[in-house]
Design a protein around this ligand. Structure first.
Ligand code: FES
Length: 153
């Protein structure tokens, strides 16, 4: 298949890549770049496991063609904290046990950061509504909401 050039910043690093037009951002991250923190659950925009930020906005990486990120800044769970310090949302999830198996956690945390940043974390209801696209099969929802409200507080 034909490959096209893609220039994109990923977790603060400029990348010059060659990508097939059909490749999703999710597959680019996981298979071409080895950034496997972003998870593939449904691959159909239904579960939120693949949530990342593009220019600070959350997106489902499975629904985003990689080439549409040309010139943009992509942030994944690997780029959220710094080298030696977790992001405050990651710490809050630890404090509140906001996970069980952990598979949905990177996507939950990327959505949670966007939830607070966009001002949807004033009440538990707002948080639940904003986070409704992130499914957790273990049912850790109550602790996830508590972690987000804690960061907001
Ligand atoms: Fe993208 Fe489920 S893998 S929403």
């Amino acid at each position: 298949f034909e490959q096209l050039p893609l220039q994109v910043r990923i977790n603060g690093q400029a990348q010059q890549l060659s990508v097939e037009p059909r490749v999703t951002l999710l597959d680019l991250l996981r298979e071409q770049l080895g950034l496997t923190g972003t998870k593939k659950g449904c691959d159909h925009g239904q579960c939120g496991a693949c949530t990342v930020h593009v220019d600070g906005q959350r997106v489902n990486a499975c629904l985003t063609l990689a080439l549409t990120t040309e010139g943009r800044e992509v942030t994944t769970i690997e780029g959220l904290g710094s080298e030696d310090k977790l992001h405050c949302m990651q710490e809050a999830f630890l404090r509140h046990d906001g996970f069980q198996c952990g598979y949905c956690t990177p996507g939950q945390i990327m959505s949670a950061v966007a939830c607070v940043r966009e001002g949807h974390a004033d009440t538990p209801e707002q948080v639940r509504e904003y986070m409704s696209g992130n499914i957790c099969r273990c049912g850790a929802y109550a602790n996830i909401v508590a972690a987000i409200l804690d960061v907001k507080a």
